[in-house]
Design a protein around this ligand. Structure first.
Ligand SMILES: [Zn+2]
Length: 475
């Protein structure tokens, strides 16, 4: 069997192939608007199935509704590898042994197939689904979120297989539909209806594993957890009247104004208990953070890295942000009802009772207000001291040939499909394995001119190979 270093060298030689795979995936517009029918993840899933099939690797497509397929592929065991893929039935699934997507694997490569819509085409300088290359980067919607990670995981599968690497403990790849709108056609649905497709001890996904450079220091943030996300729907009740005699009614827009003023003045409780705050010296910040000095620490961090300071700010408090307003039915009527939607992000230990207590105090004294809470995602966390974390550190060092990388556990402000797998007891980390020369600020996930550095596609492919090699017992 070739050495791990030989496999990693093959990644450099496969650069053109990796770039073309990423471009092919970007060119399939799997846009998820959130309103059915949408997503068309099946087009990406079938492209991947055919690509894997060419490598002699079978896979299975599973969909809750037509057009919204998820893809599940098990890295072939030795006896599977010996059999031609064509013998495994029309869908390419491993019907022969009945094993297919079954059987617990040690590691799962996770990603998603859908992308968010293009908000304002006119602002893009590159064709959003053109996969244009400029300045060492590939541009397009989904280039970074999440087709880059998917590309590197697929290439890792192919390079391991081309070298007949046998993995003792099993490796699977699952790319889900609907990540961008809650996962109800993707990982959420698989976890609920087909949990056997996700059986693994460990998993790596998007949502972390990104480099932060401060001076000469190179630190990676490993995604160990996610803030919770809730939507608060607040209703302001008044009495309608004709707008020519407004004193006969009660105008709920004034109540809304009072509530907005109170929300703007809200001072969230500060907290520094997340593990990231114990690792600030990695960024050259020697002050021990506490609730008393955290604002000063954040200001100090801003001088070193604006990105770091915004992360620290988000991870030291709950946020409460008004995002949508609707109300009124006619321009000459005093509005009876107005609704305000707020986005709330909670820290891992802030439960619903905490959120209610905060809202009640913000809205105290304002009459005619009621609200309800809609959970989009509960906060979640995996431990930082695990075998997978150790393996990730070794893999990244090999991938970028640096032995001075420092790692800190980070809770991300957004949420991903990792919440479903963590909930199943699978230790899951956000690990994109981006290259230190590829500034994550340039990725612009969900934004205009989204892109990924080609260097990151290479480093991530190497890291995924090294990780599988190590965690899954290559021989
Ligand atoms: Zn994503």
């Amino acid at each position: 069997m070739p050495t791990l270093q030989t496999l990693l060298n093959q990644v450099d030689k496969a650069t053109a192939e990796i770039v073309e795979l990423e471009r092919a995936l970007i060119r399939i517009p799997s846009v998820n608007t959130g309103f059915m029918p949408t997503g068309n993840e099946t087009a990406v899933a079938t492209h991947i199935r055919d690509w894997l099939n060419n490598e002699g690797i079978s896979s299975q497509l599973l969909a809750r509704d037509p057009g919204r397929d998820n893809i599940i592929s098990l890295y072939p065991l030795v006896d599977d590898a010996a059999a031609p893929a064509a013998r495994r039935g029309p869908s390419g699934s491993a019907g022969r042994s009945g094993r297919g997507t079954r059987g617990k694997t040690r590691l799962m490569f996770m990603s998603h197939l859908d992308v968010v819509p293009v908000e304002n085409r006119a602002k893009w300088t590159h064709e959003p689904f053109g996969a244009e290359i400029a300045g060492g980067r590939i541009y397009g919607r989904g280039a970074s979120d999440c087709k880059a990670l998917l590309t590197s995981q697929l290439m890792a599968f192919a390079i391991l297989k081309r070298n007949n690497v046998h993995l003792t403990h099993g490796l699977r790849l699952v790319s889900g539909a609907d990540e961008e709108h809650g996962g109800r056609w993707g990982f959420g649905w698989l976890a609920d209806k087909h949990p056997e497709t996700l059986e693994a001890d460990f998993a790596v996904n998007e949502g972390g594993g990104v480099p932060v450079r401060t001076g000469n220091n190179l630190t990676y943030l490993l995604g160990t957890g996610e803030k919770g996300r809730l939507e608060i729907h607040i209703r302001f009740k008044g009495d309608s009247a004709h707008a020519s005699v407004p004193w006969l009614g009660k105008n709920s827009s004034y109540t809304l104004a009072r509530a907005l003023t109170a929300i703007e003045a809200y001072e969230p409780e500060l907290d520094t208990s997340l593990p990231l705050f114990d690792h600030l010296s990695n960024f050259g910040i020697e002050t021990k953070a506490s609730t008393a000095n955290v604002e000063a620490v954040i200001a100090e961090a801003h001088k070193k890295s604006p990105r770091l300071s915004t992360i620290l700010r988000a991870l030291s408090r709950m946020t409460l942000t008004p995002t949508m307003i609707s109300g009124g039915i006619k321009s000459n009527s005093v509005p009876e009802t107005i609704s305000l939607t707020c986005d709330v992000r909670t820290l891992p230990f802030q439960d619903e009772a905490y959120v209610r207590a905060q809202l009640d105090s913000v809205l105290a004294g304002i009459e005619g207000v009621e609200y309800d809470i809609d959970y989009m995602s509960v906060p979640n966390q995996s431990p930082f001291e695990t075998e997978l974390a150790e393996s990730i550190k070794r893999a990244m060092a090999l991938a970028v040939e640096r032995d001075d990388i420092q790692w800190v556990p980070a809770v991300s402000t957004g949420f991903t499909d990792s919440r479903f797998t963590r909930n199943m007891g699978i230790i899951t980390y956000g690990f994109n394995a981006g290259h230190p020369d590829d500034d994550p600020m340039l990725h612009r996930a969900h934004g205009t001119d989204e892109s990924v550095g080609i260097a990151s596609l290479i480093s991530a492919t190497k890291a995924m190979i090294a990780l599988a090699h190590d965690m899954c017992g290559a021989r």
